[in-house]
Design a protein around this ligand. Sequence first.
Ligand SMILES: [Zn+2]
Length: 435
Amino acid sequence: VEADNGNEPTRETRRVLTCDLLVHSAAQVLTLAGGPQRGRELGRLGIIADGAVAVSNGRVAWTGTTAEARTGVRASAEINAAGRVVMPGLVDPHTHAVWAGDRAAEFELRLAGKSYMEIMAAGGGIMSTVRQTRAASLDQLVDETRPRLQRMLAHGSTTIEIKTGYGLETASELRMLDAIARLNAEGPWSLVPTFLGAHAVPEEFSRRQDAFVDLVVEEMLPAAWQHAGGAPGGLFCDVFCEDGAFTVAQSRRVLERARELGFGLKIHADEFVGLGGTALAVELGAASADHLVYTPEADIVALGQSETVAVGLPGTPFGLGQTDYTPAGRILDCGGLLALASDLNPGTTWCESMQMVIALACRNMRLTPAQAIAASTINAARAVGRDREVGSLEPGKRADLLLLDAPDYRHLGYRYGGNLVATVIKDGVVLQMQP
Ligand SMILES: [Zn+2]
């Protein structure tokens, strides 16, 4: 960014911002400025009517009205966004986007009445994807995942967290980290890696759960940290704390060791049973606690007084045909930081669109469109520790912008099943998306 004096002779010296790209004439620019939004302040969009965004060197240089841009900004390229909403790229802070194969047959079993946990106990569920993922080469994992990321990006997700957890043995878990790293290097998306070695107890450790936790703590965690812990943006560790997966005590062992090594912390908690995983996340200072469908009231209160982000995943109960959702109203009343994510995975919710997640959150978590948008941008960025880089349109942040084919932000949530994203700009580059 450089400021110079206008070339045209003027009586007064006026500072003009010179930039690479000016997006102007937007019906609404949503800046989401001011940092993560706690409790009932969620939904502060920072709307600029007839708005403009200036981009320089891949970063946001300025936001304001189109009238201000006309006199104060000179750009080498312009985009007329008339009739469109311009907003930050969506952040999807909880996905299992790397896997091999699919579980379409299980979907049919569930429709016939089998529960997710029954299928898991019979060797299906996560273990079925583990067998297919272990058998896949790095190239195959990358090639199966790439089109999913392309569709997520086309639907507006510019920053995406991805977990391991379909390897459940050291070499396969490291291969998943390699797949995430390779896809991140390919871009244009920004990927956030999370190690989830304690996703399920693999069949070779059945009835030897603690021995598997030993393996995670003593071998996998140090290996994962050595392998990827120095990656830009760091590395998270997650654990599936649930009946049929890992107890609170086992989850504590994993997360405490991870914290010692330098990982950021996350947890899958209270998806089917309120075990106490959320309280553990708060105690350990985790970046986020995710799912939170059956969270005990006392844990919601504790969460509301913490820096741990509550991540609601409304695609999951929807995908399972269930009726209970994350109690967003209680979380907000208690002052909590609420975010949304897709939980994209081949078992419970193969949903690649955060627009669909927003629509589900409006209906089933009773969020307003404004709340759901803030939960999917700045607060979602906070859940992956990237809120200083992405999630809002403020000077210095990555120029990750969406142009929506809609004149008002409330079309997000209101309309569903399609794609409102007309243009994606990632790091200041206007992307050509496949139809
Ligand atoms: Zn998950």
